[in-house]
Design a protein. Structure first.
Length: 129
């Protein structure tokens, strides 16, 4: 029985693995728009000199479809406050997603909106009717 060199064996397995497992590039593809179900939780953080504080505001009304580049005009709190939230990134988190603002600078533990249920928006949903 002839033995195959390791390189030849790996070369034969690689095409099979690429069919079975999605590429890391496909998994890392960023979301540009999502369909939202339910209300979100807005977390606003403030930086003080020695520490940072974050406060969540739940039951934030969101439009049915949000996209990167949208600016959401939010009203929340028992003493209603108006707040502009510009979406610069959308990250899938299980069944939900995380909307990050320019202020968050890509950090999930800073200003954000957590949405319990969302799914990628289809092109049909993106077109106005």
């Amino acid at each position: 029985m002839a033995r195959l060199p390791l390189a030849a064996l790996c070369a034969g397995i690689a095409p099979v693995l690429s069919i079975v497992a999605p590429s890391p590039v496909a998994l890392a593809e960023p979301l540009t728009a999502v369909m939202v179900a339910g209300k979100g939780v807005l977390t606003i953080c403030r930086n003080w000199i020695l520490f940072r504080t974050c406060k969540p505001y739940d039951k934030i009304e969101l439009p049915a479809r949000v996209a990167v580049g949208d600016t959401l005009d939010l009203t929340f709190g028992s003493n209603p406050k108006d707040y502009l939230f510009q979406i610069v990134e959308i990250r899938q988190k299980g069944e939900g997603c995380l909307l990050l603002s320019k202020v968050s600078n890509g950090h999930e533990d800073r200003e954000r909106i957590e949405v319990p249920r969302c799914e990628p928006a289809t092109k049909e949903a993106a077109e106005p009717r």
